[in-house]
Design a protein around this ligand. Structure first.
Ligand code: GRG
Length: 294
């Protein structure tokens, strides 16, 4: 199967699994459920579910089992986008090519959407996973909680908010992005591996790969924010500069940021070397992260 076909197959099964996990809009409280569905369904590249499936495939994990961690991570991601767009945070009106959740509904609803999606992620991941030992599943829940919390994504967001208008060093910028963007990407990869027969040394190597692509994802995001249009991105372009936010592009310059992206891409491919052919999809996803246009 070629990469575009594989990608579209996983995106479709992710969409179906998300649809099945989402509460019906007819169920009370209808407005909250409608807003949750609005924030989650029918949009996004589904990069984290793709990474989860690709990592799981290396260790022979079953696709049906992988759907649970894949959508759990996507639900955390969707919650983070809804909260990030709120006026008290990034204050944005456009996400995934449509009005942000608080614009389409209202702020209080958007806040609750994020809360409910976050807990739903853990509800999904705590369902029985066929073929995964209970102790392993507890490790997975712990991993996702740590990646999402104050030592992971939420912590990175706190550093991000505090950094507006502040001159950051490249080291401080990296500290922030390893948490804000990288932690969830790492969780997606490791959760996928946990669903298969993975050994500790392979997990460590995969963790190294995931750290590289987490940063890579962010460097590319900064380049796109500076160079792509709002129409292409489906979210407001040029926001980082407008909000005086530290980014790889404004600290290093576009040329250096692109050189950094090329280096991280190579490091990521190198980290996959020991997995041989079985890591084909992760290699392809690494290239996709760099070559994406939105
Ligand atoms: C509110 C706790 C909390 C955290 C928010 C993820 C995040 C932290 C903020 C989003 C801001 C941002 C632009 C981060 C850069 C990287 C990123 C996560 C981009 C969006 O992810 P994509 O490109 O989006 O995977 P889609 O829409 O394709 O799912």
């Amino acid at each position: 199967m070629d990469f575009p076909t594989w990608m579209s197959t996983i995106q479709q099964r992710t969409e179906a699994a998300l649809e099945a996990a989402m509460p019906s809009p007819e169920l009370a409280p209808a407005r909250l459920h409608e807003a949750m569905r609005y924030a989650v369904l029918g949009g996004g590249k589904r990069v984290r579910p793709l990474l989860c499936h690709a990592a799981g495939a290396i260790f022979g994990a079953d696709s049906q089992v992988l759907d649970a961690p894949a959508i759990a991570v996507e639900l955390i991601h969707a919650y983070s986008l809804v909260h990030d767009d709120l006026p008290c945070m990034d204050d944005d009106v456009l996400r995934r090519g449509k009005p942000t959740c608080h614009v389409e509904f209202d702020e209080a609803t958007a806040l609750l959407v994020g809360d409910a999606l976050q807990t739903q992620a853990f509800q999904v991941l705590s369902n029985r996973l066929v073929g995964v030992a209970a102790t392993r599943q507890i490790e997975m829940l712990h991993l996702l909680a740590t990646a999402s919390g104050s030592r992971g994504m939420a912590g990175g967001q706190a550093v991000d908010l505090a950094a507006v208008g502040q001159p950051l060093t490249i080291g401080e910028l990296e500290f922030m992005h390893i948490r804000k963007t990288g932690a969830l990407i790492r969780a997606a990869v490791l959760l996928g591996a946990h669903c298969g027969e993975v050994m500790p040394d392979a997990l460590e190597r995969l963790g190294h790969f995931a750290n590289r692509i987490g940063l890579l994802f962010q460097v590319v995001d900064d380049i796109l924010d500076a160079e792509a249009s709002t129409a292409t991105l489906g979210k407001t372009a040029g926001k980082d500069a407008a909000q005086n936010k530290p980014t790889y592009v404004n600290i290093l310059g576009a040329r250096e940021a692109k050189a950094m992206s090329a280096k991280l891409r190579q490091d990521a491919h190198d980290a996959l070397e020991p997995f041989g052919e079985s890591a084909l999809r992760l290699h392809e996803l690494t290239d996709f992260i760099v070559e994406r246009t939105f």
